[in-house]
Write a protein that binds this ligand. Sequence first.
Ligand code: ADP
Ligand code: MG
Length: 385
Amino acid sequence: MPSKQLKQRAANAFQDVCGYPATTFVQAPGRVNLIGEHTDYNDGFVMPCAIDYQAVIACAKRDDGVIRLISVDYDHVQDSFVVNQEIKPTEDKLWANYMRGVIHFLKEKGYSLGGADIAITGNVPLGSGLSSSAALEVVTGQAMKVLYELDVTQSDLALIGQASEHNFAGCKCGIMDQMISACGEKSHALLLDCRSLESKAVHIPESVSIMIVNSHVTHSLVDGAYNALREQCEEASRLLGKVALRDATLAELDASSIEKGSDVYKRAHHVISENERTVACADALIAGDLQKVGEYMYASHASMRDDFEITVPEIDYIVEVLAEALGNKGGARMTGGGFGGCCVALMPTEMVPQVQAAIEAKYQAKTGIKESIYICTPQNGAGVI
Ligand code: ADP
Ligand code: MG
């Protein structure tokens, strides 16, 4: 659904529920990560781009200090609280917690807020690794930024979104998703240094297409698995005597006391090698060498499958079909936190129809699940619409 329709849907819901028209409309995009998986919370490198799927808010100020959240996608269910009282997570409206947390942390950072009516909708597929949660957090911060003219940077909105996800949604995510949703650039991916938060825009020419294949396999307990992986990475960096795995080399890993082939070794091996691949892949993309880009993407997938152990058979099969169709003309890998979700492929634009046909012919026949395919172009980060 184009963003114009999303805006209209939010506007209509706002009018229906609140009985007056919204004054302000903002959006924040989902994202696809081209390479650099599970490196962000290890202070490493990632290379995502914002996509043309978004969270959209229609909103207006209230002068009574009440914040009312209206979920357009969940039958207009509402949540409300008073902005100047302590804001805590709710037990039953999990979607609202991502938003409550953002308001809480904006306040904690000293920003002065008032009440608001906020209708939220979106078309980022939920729980598919395209980060609908970060889009939800960032769009909430963006709405308050615009309504109350807050002097808050896009990077700080990202950090506030991450704090919300950690403390109100219980997922100890890195900073990638919120950063790209807040700071994305049209026609570019961002090579993001998750330690310094510095980024380098990497142009994606129109001759290169980004294909996302949604396996529609979702796993429960993903947050628990995610947090456990994060702990193994922290254990590895502690055993290596490093601040973060970003600071370690493969030679140091091999020379360390960490037993080769153990889970902690494999997790560290993925992260350290993935950091190297991500930086090298950005260079290859800048040089226009799609074959090299592809090699790094395939290697990234193998590392997620064998070392980080976060792929599932359906995802491995999609990458196999993509690789078969693409050969050395592009590349493919799983994208996102893992255990299902989406794969991403980069390819010459003229190859899109044949690659799409290969997936359509094979995935459902093999797995019994119908995939969704999205062709995306990199978009700007959050802002007014
Ligand atoms: P991902 O970020 O990969 O899409 P998550 O499990 O992290 O998956 O976040 C999905 C959750 O975010 C949903 O279950 C829902 O609670 C919330 N969410 C995301 N977008 C919306 C939206 N437009 N409206 C309401 N809730 C949303
Ligand atoms: Mg998420």
